[in-house]
Every structure is written in C-alpha cells, then in structure tokens.
Design a binder for this molecule. Structure first.
Ligand code: ADP
Length: 259
C-alpha cells in the first residue's frame, strides 16, 4: 500500500502552524523514520496519518484513495490498513495480554460479540500465535499491569499485527524504555518489517536508533520537510541544521539526546 502525503498543513485554533506543505510518499515495505527536534510537528503528522486529527490543508492518499476527508465506515475500512504503537503503549492495564490483543479486532466485530467477549476460536488462536511471535505466549493470561515496559510494548505490537496492517506507525515506540530494551523492541519491529513486508513509519527522538534501523529518514523542522533521503546520506552538517535553532552554528551534535 502506497502512502502519499501531499502538501499537508496543520494550523491549530490558537494560530500555531504545526505543519506547512509537508509532501512525501512512502512505498510498501519501506522503514522510514521521521526525525527532528521537539516541536517540529512529528506527533501532529502521525495523528493526521492515523486519522486522530484532521489536517487543515493538503491530502493523504492510501493507494491513490483519499483518506483524510473520509468519514464513518469508509474511513474505518481504510484505517484498518494502518496500525499504531505508542510511547505509553495504550493498553488496558487490568485486562490480560490475550484480551488486549483480541480487542484489536473490535471494529470488525458485531456489537454483541464485542460486548460479551465472544472472540471466536480462530481469533483466539491468531492472538496466541502473535503473542508467541513477540515472545510472550506464557504471559497470555497475565494482566498488563504485571508486565515490564518492554513486555507491554511487545503486547502492543502483537495487538497492532492482529489488524494485519500494511503500515505500522511507531510513535516514539522506545521513548519510555531503557536503551537495551528499546533496542530489543526495534529489533523485533525490524524482523516483522523484513518478514511480513509491513511498512514502518517511526517517530523517534533517538537519532542513533532512527539511523540504525531505518532505510530512509525524513527531517522535519518547524513543520517543514528539510531532509528526505537515504539514512547514509544524512551528514553531520545536515543533522546540525535539522536540530539547531541557529543554522549558522555548525558543530557536531551527534551522540547527544536531542530535546
Ligand atoms: P513534535 O512531536 O515534533 O515534538 P508536535 O507535533 O507535538 O511536535 O508539535 C508541533 C507544534 O504544534 C508545536 O509548536 C506544538 O506546541 C504545537 N501543538 C501541538 N498540539 C497542539 C494543539 N493541540 N494546540 C495548539 N498547538 C499545538
């Protein structure tokens, strides 16, 4: 599934212009990271892409079908192709791992099926297979609240895969994890990307991880795309320009945590 972001703009009610003329395409199977300093517009862009926020200009196309202006059932149909994992996991803490993964199917289920938890044998088998895939089969009946942060993100990944997404949005997927656990989560995402051919669009403030795991980087600054290229083409000088408020202040800033 091809994702086309065409001249997207977002102006908030208070007048803040978070995005201006953001324009790029992502082909099926790419691993792309959106990089940039805090306030660059990364979260706003991701919210528009997963349908949680409307843009005020431009359009988003999925396989040439306009996505941003759709409403109701048609929007939900297309939205099924995009799953998101978040920094804070967005799981139901008192519910089990298995139930959290199963609820990913709720939009396609009937009202009574959903309310009474009638998920069906096939769905359960699939959810268990996914928990196995992320290394958590033995935790299937464990409530989320008993898991570590890394384990919670694994459940969130299994839940996302339950939707069979063409595109997986990873919004700061490792920001609340220690570096070792964060790396393990990104290795899992990379292996899913390679095995299933799922497109991954990641937003991470950790530049080293973005460079290590992505094939392509998109640099956002003040709501505009200032770099779009292969990871290997990101030079120190471009990095400095993306992250520095003052562009003339050229110095090597790699290796520090950007905020
Ligand atoms: P990033 O994720 O790169 O840190 P954001 O997308 O969160 O950046 O924010 C981009 C800009 O939009 C910032 O100036 C931020 O203050 C502003 N912004 C974000 N959300 C809102 C909102 N709901 N209302 C007004 N301004 C907002």
């Amino acid at each position: 599934m091809n994702l086309q972001i065409q001249h997207i703009a977002k102006k908030f009610h208070n007048g803040t212009k978070a995005l201006a003329d953001v324009d790029f395409s992502v082909s099926q199977g790419e691993f792309v990271s959106v990089i940039g300093p805090s306030g660059a517009g990364k979260t706003t862009l991701f919210r528009i892409l997963n349908g949680m926020m409307e843009c005020t200009g431009g359009q988003v196309l999925l396989d040439d079908k306009r996505f941003d202006s759709l409403k109701g059932r048609k929007k939900r149909e297309l939205q099924k192709s995009i799953a998101t994992i978040y920094q804070d996991f967005c799981l139901v803490e008192n519910s089990t791992c298995l139930k959290n993964v199963l609820t990913a199917g709720l939009p396609d289920m009937g009202f009574f099926q959903g309310v009474f938890g009638l998920y069906g044998k096939t769905r359960k088998e699939e959810a268990l297979k996914l928990l196995d895939r992320v290394g958590l089969l033995e935790k299937a009946e464990e409530p989320i609240k008993n898991l570590s942060g890394g384990q919670k993100q694994r459940v969130a990944i299994a839940r996302a895969l339950m939707r069979h997404p063409a595109i997986l949005l990873a919004d700061e997927p490792v920001a609340s994890l220690d570096p070792v656990t964060g790396r393990q989560i990104l290795e899992l995402l990379k292996s899913i990307h390679e095995t299933d051919g799922v497109t991954i669009l990641m937003n991470s403030h950790n530049l080293e991880f973005s460079q290590e795991f992505s094939d392509r980087l998109i640099g956002l600054k003040d709501g505009k795309v200032v770099f779009d290229g292969k990871t290997a083409d990101l030079t120190d000088s471009i990095t400095t320009q993306i992250y520095n408020k003052n562009d003339t202040q050229i110095e090597n800033k790699r290796g520090v945590a950007y905020e």
